[in-house]
Design a protein around this ligand. Sequence first.
Ligand SMILES: Cc1cc2nc3c(=O)[nH]c(=O)nc-3n(C[C@H](O)[C@H](O)[C@H](O)COP(=O)(O)OP(=O)(O)OC[C@H]3O[C@@H](n4cnc5c(N)ncnc54)[C@H](O)[C@@H]3O)c2cc1C
Ligand code: FES
Length: 276
Amino acid sequence: MSIKNFSPYVPRPATLVAKQKLSDFVTLFTFEQDNGKPLAHKPGQFVNLSIYGVGEAPFSISSPPEQKNVFELAVRKIGTVTQALHALEPGAKIGIRGPYGSFFPVQQFVGKDTLFVAGGLGYIPLRSLLRYQLRHREEFGRIIVLIGTRDPKERIFTEQIKRLGERGDVEVMETVDRGDETWQGNVGLITTLLPKVQIDAAGTFVAMVGPPIMYRFVIADCRKIGIPADQIYVSLERKMKCGLGKCGHCQINDLNACIDGPVFRYTDIEAYQEAI
Ligand SMILES: Cc1cc2nc3c(=O)[nH]c(=O)nc-3n(C[C@H](O)[C@H](O)[C@H](O)COP(=O)(O)OP(=O)(O)OC[C@H]3O[C@@H](n4cnc5c(N)ncnc54)[C@H](O)[C@@H]3O)c2cc1C
Ligand code: FES
C-alpha cells in the first residue's frame, strides 16, 4: 500500500466546475471531487484546500450537507493561496482534505427558533446551516437572519439574501457599518438589529459567525434578553495548518480550534474570555 492510501495529509483531487463573483474580492467556487463521492460534511465544518505548487489554506463549506455531487466555498482574495485560487478557471484541479472540525448541532435546533447572526464573511459557513434548515423548513420554528457588513460594496450573496427575505417564512434584517449613496437600509452595527426583533428567548438557538469583536457584544445582548448560554453557538477561526489536532497552530488554551472547533457552544468557551 502506498503512503497515498493512508496519509491524512495527502489531499484528494477535485475539479473546479464553476465560479461566480460575489463582490470585488469574494468569489463563490463550486467543486466536484474526482472520486465522484459527496463531501459528506456537516454545517459549520471546513476543508483544507491546496493549490498544487502554491500552498494550502482552510475554508468553510458554504453549501448544504445534502448537495450530492458538488460543494461550494466562498473565498476572499487576501494572500498567496486565495489569489492563486481566484486565478483558476473551470476545469482546473485542486486538492481537498477534510471535512474537518465540529459543526452546528442542527438536530438540537429542531422545533426551536434559530437566530442567525452573520458578520461579514460569517455568512459563508452559516449559509450551509441555513440552506439545510430551508430544505427541512417544517422541522424548524422561526428563522431569523441578522447580517452585518462593513459597507454596501462588501455585501455578498446579495441576490440570494433578497430572495430569502421575499419567501415570507424567514425574517431577514441587514445592516452596514457605513452607508453610501446606493444603500437605503439600516446603518449601524449588527447589535442595532437585535432590539428590532421579538425573540422567544427560551425557545431560540443562536448560530453566530463573524469577527471576534462582534461576539462579545452580541453574546452580551443575547444573554441580556434571556437566551440561555448553552443555546448560543459561535465559530472561532484560528490560523490553522494540519486541521488534525497535531501541529498546535490553532490552540486556544487546552483546545484545538481545528478539532474541538471551529463551532463551539458558548458555555464550553465562556471561561476563555480572551479567545472570544
Ligand atoms: C476554519 C476556517 C475557516 C475559514 N473559512 C474561510 C472562508 O470560508 N472564506 C475565506 O475567504 N477565508 C476563510 N478562512 C480564512 C482563510 O483560511 C485565510 O484567509 C487564509 O490565510 C488565506 O490564505 P492565503 O494563502 O490566501 O493568505 P496568506 O498568504 O496566508 O495571508 C496573507 C496575509 O493576509 C493576512 N490574513 C490572512 N487571513 C486574514 C483574515 N481572515 N483577515 C485579515 N488578514 C488576514 C495574513 O496574516 C497575511 O498577512 C477560514 C479560516 C479558518 C481557520
Ligand atoms: S491546525 Fe494543527 S492543531 Fe489545529
